[in-house]
Design a binder for this molecule. Structure first.
Ligand SMILES: [Zn+2]
Length: 423
């Protein structure tokens, strides 16, 4: 009986969601390119271009972001009614750069992109940023009237799209676009083998293996003028399709691109929710930012781990559970604030984390002993800090170089996110 009632409620909710989508949106995407500028203290947004994409890949039911992760958030309001009709939170390279010494002193300017469903009517966009207590603050408002504003058609390219894994219509599935970087026209065979490897690395790891029927994976065969990946420390500099480079923000193994518009232009012909950049290099490296994109070195011996770890950041908002590394971030998590990542805690608000997964006899903090190896607990050390930040399991793919070893908390957070995209 209870189950029937629940089913009816869920059906009602779904119908409401679908009708909300068609009331407010066309089945298209509005790509908003803007400049995000400033430093540790100040922050500015300036609109760059509005670009129309002919399909919407995101959910048509779950239009409001319920996770409360990320550093930034875009809120879209229907101006006639004042109703919130869409929201999405994310992080970006600007958020990381502004915490560095350079970002504390000078002013940076980063191109960023958000994809939102294409509004039928006049809407107000509110760009929000977290303050030092992790509360959302409005930073910029924009009125968008697509009947009056200048809307560009996307730049065309001839990059072939390979359906690596297809399970159904994009708006009902999690769509992952894997785009190649650093592969020349003579390396297409290698690129296709690497696409297959990445496809398997994702689909064979838990919990993605149990959700294969909810996922589409697309390989975007972007062709680079030169082979390999730029590595400033080695003074190796190549022109590649989306411009990835090691040593991003002065961290040698941090492999990202600052060519945001080039990246999104290269993805014109694919409907996607998440972006993975597959880098043609053997050198250890990668990076992943929540709802932004992630990268991994395809030729490295632990590429399977790299892709699962970095995709954990980009897709499920997972934090790093390690705390001994060369990452040059001090006091990354203030101990008086609960971090937004689902798999680390300062115990400021542990109720909102994995407390409901603990056995009632498990002590807080939990000693990292051999007998607790398979026990969900509260282990001190995580988020680059050995004291005051806690992780849920002694070991995990988010802590050590281990493929297919997400801890139960990371698995649960990943499952929540898969469900969000596929309902
Ligand atoms: Zn974990």
């Amino acid at each position: 009986m209870k189950k029937t009632l629940l089913s009816i409620l869920l059906i009602c909710f779904s119908i409401q969601g679908f009708s909300q989508f068609s009331n407010y949106f066309e089945n298209k995407t509005l790509r908003i390119d803007y400049f995000h500028s400033g430093n540790f203290i100040h922050e500015y947004y300036r609109l760059d271009e509005l670009i129309e994409k002919n399909v919407w890949a995101g959910s048509k039911v779950n239009l409001i972001d319920t996770f409360d992760y990320g550093k930034f958030r875009i809120m879209m309001y229907d101006t006639a009614s004042g109703i919130l009709i869409y929201s999405r939170a994310y992080s970006s390279l600007f958020a990381e750069w502004r915490t560095t010494n350079e970002g504390k002193g000078s002013c940076g300017n980063f191109s960023e992109t958000v994809l939102i469903p294409y509004p039928k009517n006049v809407v107000k966009l509110v760009f929000q940023s977290r303050d030092s207590l992790n509360n959302w603050q409005n930073v910029e408002n924009m009125i968008i009237d697509l009947k009056k504003d200048f809307i560009l058609k996307p730049k065309q390219n001839k990059f072939e799209i390979n359906a690596l894994h297809f399970s159904g219509e994009s708006s009902e599935k999690l769509d992952i676009a894997i785009i190649a970087d650093g592969y020349t026209i003579n390396e297409i065979d290698k690129m296709k083998k690497d696409f297959e490897k990445f496809n398997n690395y994702i689909l064979k790891a838990n919990p993605f293996n149990e959700n294969a029927n909810k996922i589409n994976i697309w390989g975007v065969a972007a062709i680079s003028a030169q082979s390999g990946i730029t590595d400033p420390i080695d003074t190796f500099n190549v022109k590649t399709a989306v411009g990835c480079s090691f040593n991003t923000i002065n961290s040698d193994r941090y492999l990202m691109t600052l060519e945001n518009k080039t990246l999104h232009d290269a993805l014109t012909n694919v409907a996607y929710d998440q972006i993975i950049i597959m880098c043609n290099t053997e050198k250890y490296g990668g990076g992943g930012i929540y709802n932004f994109y992630c990268t991994a070195a395809a030729g490295n011996a632990v590429a399977n781990f790299l892709i699962q770890h970095e995709f954990g950041h980009a897709f499920a908002g997972l934090g790093d559970e390690y705390y001994t590394s060369e990452v040059s971030v001090e006091d990354f998590y203030p101990l008086t604030v609960e971090p937004w990542e689902p798999n680390i805690t300062t115990l400021v608000n542990f109720e909102g984390k994995w407390k409901n997964m603990l056995n009632k006899f498990t002590p807080i903090p939990t000693p990292a002993t051999e007998e607790n190896k398979k026990i969900i607990g509260v282990y001190e050390g995580g988020g680059y800090m050995s004291k005051g930040v806690y992780r849920p399991y002694i070991d995990c793919t988010m802590k050590s170089v281990k493929y297919n070893a997400y801890c139960p908390v990371c698995k649960r957070a990943t499952q929540w996110m898969i469900d969000f995209y596929t309902k």
